[in-house]
Design a protein around this ligand. Structure first.
Ligand code: KG4
Ligand code: ZN
Length: 339
């Protein structure tokens, strides 16, 4: 099935075309306009989406070598995300589908991240555990049956990606912070600074990152201007380790507690090399399967939306023309509407 998918939940305008297992086009246009503000400005994001949505979709079709009439299904991110940003991509997709009389499906953005590594939507052995780590989410989700999501644990304050972005700002490393911190961290010592590990020693499968951000702030205040520069790599490596440690620790705990057979890493922070490395180490000789998404499919893109839509469209699922985009849309709601 040839699917055109659109993703516009935050600050990337993305369109992709897949034909069953094949990716025919993957176009992502990011928005440098936010850089000077040190974070995404929602109003600017939606205006940029309005400017780029048409050329981005046009380019995706051109790269795929297809005419709109040859597309057999259209999918778009419905939420969660920024209200104004979601509206642009979602309504563009819905209008196209309506005008062309094609099947249309609104997709949960986080389900997109879950399906990013799965060509043709084939899942690994169930029950699987999904560790979702992005700018807005840090969650451990158990999937015992396709399409049903059970929340095992989540962050009580900041998301892991948010912690990367905030600490990068403190260090003057710009936005987005994750890639910049990882680059610096590569030449630093992860044990140089003793930063706190969230909810260490507590029961349960939740996370907490606000104390870590404050600890970095206090450490920076105690350093001279020069030390901040010379010890930047050590600061980044120690901070990164303090983010990664609980992610790996809680995932292993969840695997033990909930009879998990596979672990899937999802979301923008899945691009983090240290996290990938630590999970690969933990997986050595273990009885569960580890699935890491390709780097190109970790951060927001429309291939993941197309993959999440693929199985649903094939099963005949359709969204009504009255469906609206929704900024707050948890994966667990999907399970409720899909018994
Ligand atoms: O999934 P995503 O593209 O957007 C959201 O839905 O949030 O994730 C973006 C987040 C940002 O916080 C960014 O700093 C983080 O992913 N990120 C990384 C890396 N690449 C992106 N964090 C750590 N290491 C990376 N290499
Ligand atoms: Zn995302």
């Amino acid at each position: 099935m040839k699917i055109l998918a659109i993703e516009s939940s935050c600050d990337d305008t993305a369109a992709a075309v897949i034909d069953a297992e094949q990716v025919l086009a993957n176009v992502v246009s990011s928005q440098p306009v936010h850089e000077i503000w040190g974070g995404v400005v929602p109003e600017l994001a939606s205006r940029e989406h309005m400017k780029t949505i048409q050329p981005v979709v046009g380019l995706a079709l051109k790269k795929a070598g297809l005419d709109l009439r040859e597309i057999e299904g259209i999918a778009a991110t419905r939420g969660p995300g920024l209200a104004g940003s979601l509206l642009v991509g979602f309504h563009f997709a819905k209008a196209l589908a309506l005008a062309l009389d094609k099947p249309f499906l609104g997709i949960n953005h986080m389900e997109g991240h879950v399906y990013a590594p799965f060509i043709s939507g084939q899942l690994p052995p169930l029950p699987m555990l999904v560790l979702i780590v992005s700018g807005g989410h840090t969650q451990l989700i158990r999937v015992a049956q396709e399409g049903r999501y059970e929340l095992l644990g989540q962050t009580l304050d900041d998301a892991a990606g948010e912690a990367f972005d905030k600490v990068a700002k403190l260090l003057g490393l710009g936005y987005p912070g994750g890639p910049a911190i990882s680059r610096e961290a590569a030449s630093g010592d992860p044990a140089a600074f003793a930063f706190p590990r969230g909810l260490k020693g507590r029961e349960g499968l939740d996370f907490s990152y606000s104390g870590l951000k404050t600890a970095v702030l206090h450490t920076l205040r105690a350093l001279s201007e020069e030390q901040r520069r010379t010890r930047r790599a050590d600061l980044c490596a120690s901070f990164e380790e303090a983010v990664v440690d609980p992610l790996v620790g809680q995932s292993l705990r969840a695997i033990d507690l909930h009879g998990i057979r596979s672990l899937v890493l999802a979301g923008g922070v899945a691009a983090n090399q240290r996290l990938r490395q630590r999970l690969l180490q933990a997986n050595q000789g273990a009885g569960w399967q580890l699935v890491l998404p390709e780097l190109a499919h970790c951060t927001d893109n429309a291939v993941m939306i197309a993959r999440a839509a693929h199985g649903r469209l094939l099963r005949g699922e359709r969204s009504g023309w009255d469906l609206e985009a929704t900024p707050r849309f948890s994966l667990m709601e999907l399970s409720e509407s899909n018994p």
